[in-house]
Ligand binder design. Structure first.
Ligand code: FMN
Length: 205
């Protein structure tokens, strides 16, 4: 049975547009993969630490030489890497903050790009055969034709880092103009429905 890993990074709970898109994605994916397993990794509840000196010390010590303390420091990172390696499809729900991904998602990336596990020692990606769908919400619109397309850092960054670890089958659902909901111009449901066919197409994989 295929496994879908869902990564959530918005702090806005039921008001979040990206969480609304991932919910829609999961519903569609389960319809296409009856009996499929869904694993949720909510970064708002994962207490992810930033990279510290002790963390780096553990990371750069060969596993057979790591002390129990070092193994302990790397435990969460190991768990996050295992979740990726066990998944067939990875759905990433993310807001755009200051043109990029929120800090918690960047912290997550710092934990899952691991030499010897997801990244080879010659810099080659080690994560093969996975699909990834990015479900992004942004106040502005950064898709092709937009006068501010050059500010689409978040999409480009995610594609780049996913490619670095070997994930090349990446689809992006760009939920632009989410501010129209916050400004009361359109309902949240109506906004999410705008992306329903794009989400459904991505969930066929
Ligand atoms: C701190 C902060 C920074 C933001 N920066 C941007 C930005 O640079 N570009 C943009 O289009 N929207 C920006 N927004 C708007 C969010 O992307 C938008 O509210 C989106 O719906 C957030 O995703 P969520 O609903 O899943 O939480 C920002 C919002 C916040 C709170």
């Amino acid at each position: 049975m295929p496994t879908l890993l869902v990564i959530e990074s918005s702090p806005r709970g039921e008001h979040s547009m990206s969480r609304g898109l991932t919910k829609l994605f999961v519903e569609n994916w389960l319809e296409n993969h009856p009996g499929g397993r869904v694993v949720e990794r909510d970064l708002m509840e994962s207490n992810l630490p930033f990279v510290t000196m002790p963390w780096l010390g553990a990371y750069f010590t060969p596993p057979e030489q790591q002390t129990p303390e070092m193994k302990d420091i790397l435990r969460l990172s190991d768990e996050l890497v295992s979740e990726i390696l066990e998944a067939d499809h990875i759905a990433i729900g993310t807001p755009v903050y200051n043109y990029n991904v929120p800090a918690v998602l960047k912290a997550y990336i710092d934990h899952i790009v691991r030499k010897g596990k997801t990244l080879g020692f010659s810099g080659e990606g080690l994560v093969h055969g996975k699909a990834c769908t990015i479900l992004m919400a942004s106040g502005g619109v950064y898709t092709q034709g937009s006068p501010i397309q050059d500010r689409d850092i978040a999409t480009n960054y995610l594609r780049l880092i996913l490619k670095a670890i070997g994930i090349v089958d990446v689809k992006v659902v760009a939920g632009g103009n989410a501010k129209s909901v916050d400004m009361g111009q359109v309902t949240r449901d109506k906004f999410l429905q705008t992306f329903a066919s794009e989400v459904a197409a991505a969930a066929r994989n």
